[in-house]
Design a protein around this ligand. Structure first.
Ligand SMILES: CC(C)(COP(=O)(O)OP(=O)(O)OC[C@H]1O[C@@H](n2cnc3c(N)ncnc32)[C@H](O)[C@@H]1OP(=O)(O)O)[C@@H](O)C(=O)NCCC(=O)NCCS
Length: 168
């Protein structure tokens, strides 16, 4: 199976069948993603099988700011004392139910991290932030080195420097 990750194209990709088991993520790709794209609120990338149009997985990226006091001290102490610092939000990431457990989550996560790292060479960003909807998602992100925010444990961050190391 040849897989491709490409920007969501609402004229091409079929969104109505996508089902990952989380209503908010299913509704997002079906109903909201095209608006967010159009309004430049986030970019949306989809994983498809080459020559097919059904979405197997997707993720979104956008700019974000983090409050320095929300970060763990050992990371924050090496940062300038600006109240808000630039970051990249991996707002949503989901794999269709029928495709879970085959490595596609990892595939799109790595792609999202690569894109974030590349973009950060043009517009600075010190970390990728992800929001976990449940314990399962939390464990998934922690497996790749994401750390939990001090006050908001369902929100996680992975420093861009760590991403650079992982990808190299
Ligand atoms: C979480 C999710 C993205 C994982 O995708 P997936 O395609 O099933 O995951 P993969 O097959 O790529 O697994 C990658 C690795 O993560 C591990 N993993 C997957 N789910 C995990 C979990 N809940 N806890 C710990 N590790 C997990 C896998 O075991 C695998 O590691 P291994 O290679 O060492 O075995 C997917 O289950 C999903 O879309 N869930 C519903 C939506 C959701 O919760 N999204 C995330 C946050 S918004």
């Amino acid at each position: 199976m040849v897989l491709k990750i490409e920007p969501l194209n609402t004229q091409k990709h079929i969104r109505s069948d996508f089902c990952c088991g989380k209503d908010s993520l299913d509704n997002y790709i079906r109903k909201q993603a095209s608006q967010d794209l159009k309004k430049r609120v986030s970019t949306v990338f989809v994983l498809i099988e080459d020559s097919q149009v059904n979405i197997l997985a997707y993720y979104t990226l956008s700019g974000y700011t983090v409050d320095i006091t929300a970060l763990n001290e050992d990371f924050a102490k090496r940062l300038p004392r600006y109240p808000l610092l630039p970051a990249t939000l991996l707002g949503r990431l989901a794999v269709d139910n029928r495709q879970q457990g085959r490595g596609l989550g990892e595939l799109i996560l790595v792609d999202a991290l690569k894109k974030s790292l590349n973009a950060s060479t043009q517009v600075a960003s010190l970390a990728v932030i992800a929001e976990a909807l449940d314990e399962r998602a939390l464990n998934f992100y922690r497996k790749y080195g994401f750390e939990q925010f001090k006050q908001e444990p369902m929100k996680l961050y992975l420093p861009m420097k760590s991403i650079e190391k992982i990808l190299n």
